[in-house]
Write a protein that binds this ligand. Structure first.
Ligand code: SF4
Length: 343
């Protein structure tokens, strides 16, 4: 007889959840190249921060490297969705690599803002997490004048040569609420500080956080599906906890610990922007095995964003005369419709 939890009845799925437009685009780029080019295909860093996605692509022959010195001269390399610094682009040129850039257009937008502020003579305060690839890439656009702050203490300690000419930018996947506090502290410290024209925290991060915040008021526990190195997934767990709801970050159903749910009647489920829907379905199945009898969706908003593939991909598709659906990852994601084209 299967083990059942004593109280568990209801599963509530957050919506939106899972793949964002930048992740869909990045995975489609890799999948398309796998079909169009002979192996090996190299990817610098994880294409997106999800263990399942990366393992699947490894099984299909993709070689993931940490740095370009691991890639043979002249080979094809894909830059991940998190973006790269100009130094990495330079190295790719020196090695005569064929580069396909899967950087999310919303990350590229932040890079462009960094270049613009630096050209105008601003010191740039970048709000983000040290060591994250996106932060390394953005800082690399203007390393001589960019200062990283991760929290309010960093703002307190921050010294800038000309405090009257300061701009701020943010990583795309931060906590909306924590970032608002840091921006407010920066404005107090540097009253003339300027920021980007629109928020750098991306639509997908904001929508998923808003949904999990509302979900936290309806359920006893939240499971966030995502990998440990996924910034936006970590933020979802923190947002749930900040609302007083216990929350756990899991890579998949096999990591669910029944004792987390011992007192729970309802369990909320969401997934980070790089986590495929198949993992959500596996978690739901596991919760049903543990006793859940009802599965409902809580939809906060519709998401209709879609990014066009980079020109290199379009050219390759045309060259090979391959008539093929670019939307080739339906086996990883289901239930997400994208009608509107952005970028
Ligand atoms: Fe782009 Fe946002 Fe997705 Fe990152 S989380 S890939 S910035 S849409």
């Amino acid at each position: 007889m299967r083990y059942k939890l004593p109280k568990l009845r209801r599963v509530v799925l957050a919506s939106p959840r899972g793949f964002c437009a930048g992740v869909v685009r990045a995975i489609e780029i890799v999948e398309t190249l796998l079909q169009l080019l002979p192996p090996p295909i190299y990817v610098r860093k994880e294409i997106v921060h999800n263990r399942f996605v990366v393992e699947r692509l490894k099984q299909r022959g993709v070689i993931f490297v940490n740095e370009l010195d691991e890639v043979p001269e002249g080979a094809t390399v894909i830059f991940s969705a998190h973006g790269v610094s100009p130094a990495v682009r330079e190295m790719a040129k020196r090695k005569k690599l064929k580069v396909i850039d899967a950087t999310c257009p919303l990350v590229t937008k932040v890079h462009i803002e960094a270049v613009k502020f630096a050209q105008e003579g601003y010191s740039i305060v970048l709000i983000g997490h040290a060591g994250h690839e996106e932060v390394e890439g953005t800082m690399g656009e203007a390393p001589h004048c960019t200062y990283l702050v991760q929290n309010l203490d960093d703002v307190e300690r921050l010294q800038i040569p000309n405090p009257d000419k300061v701009a701020y930018l943010t990583q795309t996947t931060l906590s909306v609420d924590d970032t608002a506090e840091i921006v407010a502290a920066l404005k107090r410290k540097f009253p003339k500080i300027v920021g980007p024209r629109s928020d750098d925290i991306c639509y997908a991060t904001q929508n998923r956080q808003n949904a999990v915040k509302a979900l936290a008021k309806q359920v006893d526990v939240i499971l966030v599906i995502g990998s440990k190195n996924s910034s936006n997934s970590q933020r979802l767990r923190e947002v749930a906890i900040s609302q007083g709801c216990p929350a756990y970050l899991i890579d998949g159903a096999e990591q669910i610990e029944p004792e987390w749910l011992m007192e729970a009647e309802s369990v909320g489920v969401t997934s980070g922007a790089s986590a495929p829907e198949i993992l959500v379905q596996q978690v739901v199945q596991r919760l049903q095995e543990l006793g859940a009898i009802e599965v409902v969706e809580f939809k906060l908003t519709d998401e209709k964003v879609q990014f066009a593939p980079p020109p290199e991909i379009k050219e390759l598709v045309e060259q090979s005369n391959l008539v093929k659906e670019l939307n080739s990852i339906e086996h990883l994601r289901t239930g997400q419709t994208c009608n509107e084209t952005v970028g």
